[in-house]
Design a protein around this ligand. Structure first.
Ligand code: GDP
Ligand code: MG
Length: 444
């Protein structure tokens, strides 16, 4: 899907005039792609109409970059499709009420990732200071309790379950009662996902829900199920009126196209995405990141938001880049920003082309390399940092001094300098005030 939409967008970007015709053919391509990826027909035609309505090419002032405008509108409309947070306030996750026990019930088909996500969410709240307990109300699948027990133990979260009781409603009620009497802040109830008859499963969800009276019900949805997402979420919505969705397995090949239909069909927000099998692999959902990934653009927007959010001062480097300059200090500031942003492998997905670079050496090794580069630059003088690196060529003793000071080798210091030179060359090309050479112009 992403590839097609991107292709459609870049066709438009390449074509010389952005007129009605070009816009129409791009919209047609995008709609076809959305339909093929299981988004519901009505939804797609609404999207198309909205975009057409918003982009009135004739009325645009002459200075407006029309291509940008089209791209931005498509992006924003796609985001709006999965963004229904505003209806429930902008809280990304359920805010437990203080001074009493809050019950969260999980529903979803077997294999969607309920038990895994339960534990992840329990840990998420626990790390924010809440007292959390897990209840296993899956008495259908053999080994379900053992699995929850194992997960809970790993996360150091208290749990409740039974090997002998076969009535899920009874176990759920008993577990919730136990944790309530012990004044837990949050009680998470995991349920079963498979029955001989689907109707039986939905009936069971209704019964458990009546027994534990959840403050929040969360449906867990596997990102890779495609078309089935819509009917599945509708069925669960009817039986157990969930108020939030966790979209799992977003680390795999699935881009989650089907989730768009699920959200639209139930008008229920996705609150978290599961990004791996590990208990820490849970991230708050953000529409812009989701759509960027769907479009395969690399999550530039998320990255920009992230940087803004962290209040990092990029001004100096930006000014330099405009002037076509890139000093060692600029390199250091950029790397330190990247390191502040969190796990490298996650960040890598946000920067186009970066995943390949990271993929070669792996998370730990990249992180180590990055740290050593920082040690090296921290051992430089102010004058060296503000230089373009030539100072090291004219005075090679500086190399040995920095290597010694940072506990690294001359070779590694040279690597840092070479990295900076590469960046400087790129910056000179894209940002320098010098007009492009005529030869380049003809090539474009
Ligand atoms: P349940 O039947 O709904 O309780 O699903 P489980 O929690 O048992 O998960 C089913 C399988 O999916 C397990 O092998 C999990 O490790 C795996 N799984 C769950 N969430 C994720 C995720 O976000 N990413 C990946 N890669 N695997 C996941
Ligand atoms: Mg389970």
């Amino acid at each position: 899907l992403g590839r097609r939409i991107n292709a459609a967008m870049s066709d438009l970007t390449r074509s010389n005039v952005v007129d009605e015709k070009a816009l129409d053919s791009m919209l047609k391509e995008i709609c076809m792609a959305l339909l093929e990826s299981d988004v519901n027909v009505k939804l797609v035609s609404t999207l198309r109409a909205n975009i057409k309505k918003q982009i009135n090419l004739k009325d645009q002032a002459p200075g407006v970059n029309k291509r940008r405008l089209v791209q931005k509108t498509v992006f924003d409309e796609l985001c709006a499709l999965v963004d229904c947070q505003s209806e429930n306030g902008d809280a990304p996750a359920f805010k437990p009420k203080k001074g009493r026990s809050n019950v969260i019930m999980f529903v979803g088909l077997q294999g969607s990732g309920k038990t895994t996500s339960c534990t992840k969410l329990a840990l998420w709240y626990q790390r924010r200071g809440f007292k959390v307990g897990l209840v296993c109300a899956d008495t259908f699948r053999a080994g379900a309790f053992d699995q929850l027990k194992q997960n809970a133990t790993k996360a150091k979260v208290p749990y409740y379950g039974s090997y002998t009781e076969t009535d899920p409603v009874a176990v759920a009620a008993a577990g919730v009662a136990r944790f309530k009497s012990e004044k837990f802040d949050i009680i998470i109830v995991d349920t079963s996902g498979r029955h001989r008859q689907e109707q039986e499963l939905f009936a069971e969800m209704v019964q458990i829900s009546q027994a534990v009276k959840p403050d929040q019900t969360i449906m867990v949805l596997d990102a890779s199920i495609g078309q089935a997402a819509e009917s599945q979420s509708k069925a669960f919505k009817e039986s157990s009126d969930f108020g939030a969705i966790i979209l799992t397995k977003m680390d795999g090949h699935a881009k989650g196209g089907g989730a768009i239909s699920a959200v639209a069909a139930t008008r229920t927000p996705i609150v978290f995405i599961g990004t791996g099998e590990h208990i820490h692999d849970l991230e708050p959902f953000t529409p812009t990141q989701f759509i960027s990934k769907l479009l395969g653009m690399g999550d530039i927007r998320g990255l920009v938001d992230h940087v803004k959010h962290m209040n990092l001062d990029q001004k100096e480097t930006m000014k330099h880049i405009e002037q076509g300059i890139f000093t060692i200090r600029d390199l250091r500031d950029q790397l330190s920003n990247i390191m502040k942003m969190g796990p490298l492998s996650k960040m890598a997905g946000m920067i186009p082309g970066m995943s390949q670079v990271m993929g070669e050496v792996g998370e730990e090794e990249s992180s180590k390399r990055l740290k050593r580069m920082m040690y090296i630059m921290d051992s430089m003088t102010e004058k060296e940092l503000d230089s373009d690196g030539k100072i090291f060529v004219s005075e090679p003793t500086r190399l040995t001094r920095v290597a010694k000071g940072s506990g690294t080798s001359v070779r590694e210091v040279e690597d840092v300098l070479s990295q900076q030179r590469t960046m400087a060359r790129m910056v000179k090309q894209v940002g320098g005030k010098k007009p492009p050479r005529p030869k380049m112009k003809r090539l474009r």
